[in-house]
Every structure is written in structure tokens, then in C-alpha cells.
Design a protein around this ligand. Structure first.
Ligand code: ZN
Length: 182
């Protein structure tokens, strides 16, 4: 399978899996907007040569948010892509607070590819909170999310300067907007 074919298959697969899902923001954007943004960030900041990284970026929420299994990803995209996606998948049997705590604790031990996907994911999420925040989120909740995302990204540093810098830029916008302590 050519690289381009593998990527477009991942796009089609993710689009189908997330068909009925919307972003939590006030505009309720199609979920696939988030996935494309993550892949775009990865291409911008890595040059895009690692096709498995881009496929994992496209598929990173399939196991956590849809009925996709690891086995399905292995069959369609191989072990490497499946492994990266699983590294970016929270254990949904745990309470939300514990899952969030574990993301911070585990971030430094992830593979370089998983760290890059996680950073791109957090950049996309912060951008969405700035441009189309969930309508029921208070300023406090937004601040909390920003602070938590920064802790996760701080654990991912050292693998891609561009993603780190872009995260810092978006984070600073939040600091300005919410009047947070930097
Ligand atoms: Zn995501």
C-alpha cells in the first residue's frame, strides 16, 4: 500500500467511525475537523514523512470515542499505527479525574510519536476552546483545562520544537484571555 493510500484510508476510516460525533464547542463542529487539524499540525511540524504518525493522528480518538478495537486497527493499518493510537487512548473504565491525572504522569514515558500526537491534540483542543468554547464551560473550567493540558504537554517536550512552540503560543493566548497566571 502506498503512503498516500494508507493515509486516505485512515481518513475515510476515521470519518466513518466518528460520523455521528460532534465537537463539544458552541458550533458543534463535525468531529473530523479536529482530526484533520491534528494531522495538519503533524505535517506542518514534522514535514510529513512518517506516514504511520499521520495515520495515528487521524485515528487517535477512534478507540477511545468509538467502538473501534485495537485488533481492527492492526488489521487495517498495522501494529505500529495501532500501538501509537493505544498510547493515546485513556482507559475509560477509570474515573475521569484519574484518567486526567494519568495523562500527566504517563506522558514522559510515551514514544516520540505518541508525544507528538498528544501535543497536536492538545493544541487543537485549546484552539477550539478559544474560538468555539463549549457553551456550558465557565472561565474557571477553561482555565483548568488549559493548565491541565500544559502539564501533559510539559511531559511530552523534547521531541518536536515546532509543536512545543505552537502549544506555547496558544497557551499564551489563553493566559491573556482568561487572565491566568502563566
Ligand atoms: Zn483528540
Amino acid at each position: 500500500m502506498t503512503d498516500l493510500k494508507k493515509l486516505t484510508r485512515a481518513m475515510t476510516f476515521a470519518a466513518q467511525k466518528h460520523t455521528d460525533q460532534r465537537r463539544k464547542g458552541e458550533r458543534a463542529e463535525p468531529y473530523v475537523n479536529h482530526l484533520i487539524e491534528v494531522v495538519d499540525l503533524l505535517v506542518q511540524h514534522t514535514g510529513g514523512a512518517d506516514i504511520d504518525l499521520l495515520c495515528a493522528g487521524m485515528l487517535h480518538d477512534t478507540v477511545e470515542d468509538t467502538k473501534t478495537t485495537r485488533e481492527e486497527l492492526v488489521r487495517e493499518f498495522g501494529e505500529n499505527v495501532a500501538d501509537i493510537v493505544m498510547e493515546c487512548t485513556d482507559d475509560k473504565s477509570l474515573p475521569k479525574a484519574e484518567r486526567k491525572r494519568l495523562q500527566i504522569v504517563n506522558a514522559p514515558h510515551k514514544s516520540d510519536a505518541a508525544k507528538m500526537v498528544k501535543m497536536a491534540d492538545k493544541i487543537s483542543n485549546l484552539k477550539t476552546i478559544l474560538t468555539s468554547p463549549p457553551p456550558d464551560w465557565t472561565e474557571d473550567r477553561k482555565q483548568e483545562y488549559f493548565a491541565w493540558a500544559k502539564q501533559v504537554v510539559d511531559g511530552c517536550r523534547g521531541v518536536n520544537k515546532g509543536l512545543e512552540a505552537e502549544f506555547d503560543t496558544v497557551f499564551k493566548k489563553g493566559v491573556k484571555q482568561f487572565g491566568m497566571a502563566a
